[in-house]
Ligand binder design. Sequence first.
Ligand SMILES: *Cc1c(COP(=O)(O)O)cnc(C)c1O
Length: 432
Amino acid sequence: MTAHDEWVQRDAQVVWHGFTQMATFADNGPIIVDRAEGRELIDVDGKRYLDAISSLWVTTLGHHVPELDDAIIRQLALGAHSTMLGNGNRVVVELSEALARVVPVDDPHFLYASDGASAVEQALKIAFQYWHNRGATGRSTFLAFGGAYHGDTIGALSVGDDGFGADVFNALRFPVVRAPAFDDPACFDVAAGLISEHASELAAVIVEPSVQAAAGMQLADHAGLARLGAACRAHDVLLICDEIATGFGRTGTLFASEQCDLRPDLLCLGKGLTAGYLPMSVTAASGRVFAEFLGDDLGERTLYHGHSFGGNALAAAVALRHLELIEAWDVLANVRERSDELAGLLHDRIAAKPAVREVRLRGLMGAVELAPPAGARFWGRRVSAAAVERGVLLRSIGDNVTLMPPLTITSEEIHRIVHVLGDAIDQEASNP
Ligand SMILES: *Cc1c(COP(=O)(O)O)cnc(C)c1O
C-alpha cells in the first residue's frame, strides 16, 4: 500500500468532504496534499500537481509565497485574533483603508466574515434592514439570475438558482424574482423589466458581474450589466454585486464591476481576498446604505449581525500584503497576457475537437464545455481525472472542465495545461 492509499483510507474514516459522495470518495482518485509551493501541490507520495483550479478559485499569487508567509508571521507576533464586535484591531483598519481605495463602492464601510456565503447573507440582511430602517414597507424580496450561485447557507441558496443540490432545500428557501440565465442574450433586459414591475417589493438585485463561475463560467454581456445597474438606480432598488469569484484580478481588472460600469450598493468579496491563504470574506456597503443604520446606542437601527472570527487579524494581515503585491508585481498585466495566450491556445488546440461544445474564457476564468457522446456518463469528471493523472489538477462542473489557474501562472504552465487537457480529452473521446 502506498502512502497515498493509506492516507485516503484514514481520510475516508473521519472526514466528510463538501460536494462529495463519500461512498465513492476513495474510488475517484483524490489527492491528499502534504504541502504546496508556488503553483504546485505535492501529495503524500511526493507527486507534484499544477494547481490549475487555484484550490477551488481562491489561490491568487501561489502557495507558500515568502512575502505572504512573512505577513502572517509578523502579525502572529502581534496577536492572531481579537473581536470586531464593538472593538477594533489596527491591521483591520489598515486593510479597510486599503480596500476603500480600490473597491468600486462609494464611501465604503466593511463588515467582515469568514466565508463567501456569509458575506452574501450579510448583504441580503443589510439590504432588507436598509428598507426597514427607512420605514419602507414591502421591500422584502430579491431579484436574482438563472444559473446564479451565491453560496450554500440558506439565504445564499435562496438567491442561488436550483441545481447544485439546492432543490432538496426548497422548503427552506425563500422565494425570489428570477431573471433568465446569462446564456439568454435578453436576460438583462428581461431583468430590467422585472425590476420596474416589482420595484416596490424588491430590496435588492443580486448578480455576479461578468462571469457566473459555478454555472460553468457563463459570460455576461457587459453592456447588458451596465443597463441592469441603470435600472436599479432608476427604480431605487439596491444592487448587490457578488464578486467572491471574480474579485482580486481574476477577470483582468481588480474587480469585474469596473468592466461593467457597475457601482454596487453592496459588494461581496471572499475567495481571493487573502490570496487564498485564510478564510476571510467581507461585505462592503456604500455610504448611503451605511448611513441608514446610524441611530441611538443599542437602538433598533443597529445591524445586529456579526461573526466570531469576522476581521481575523492574521487574515487581515495577509489580505493587506496581498493588495500591495498585486500592484507591486503588476499581477493584472500577467492575467491579461496569460488570458490572451490561453484564449489563443484553446482556440487552436481545443475548441475544434468534436468532443468539445464550447470554450469560454474571461481573464483567467475559463471552462471547456464538453460534448459527451450519447449515453456517456461523468464525461467532465473523467476528462479531469485523466488530466490529474498527467499532473495537472483540474475539476469539472457537469460537462464543463473549469480552468482557473493562479494569477501568477507562467506562459510555460499555460502551455502545459492546454497540452494535458487536449490529451485528456482525446483519451476519453477514443474510449467513450
Ligand atoms: C464560492 C462562491 C460563493 C460562496 O463562497 P464560500 O466561501 O464557498 O462560502 C459565493 N458566490 C460566488 C460567486 C462564489 O463563487
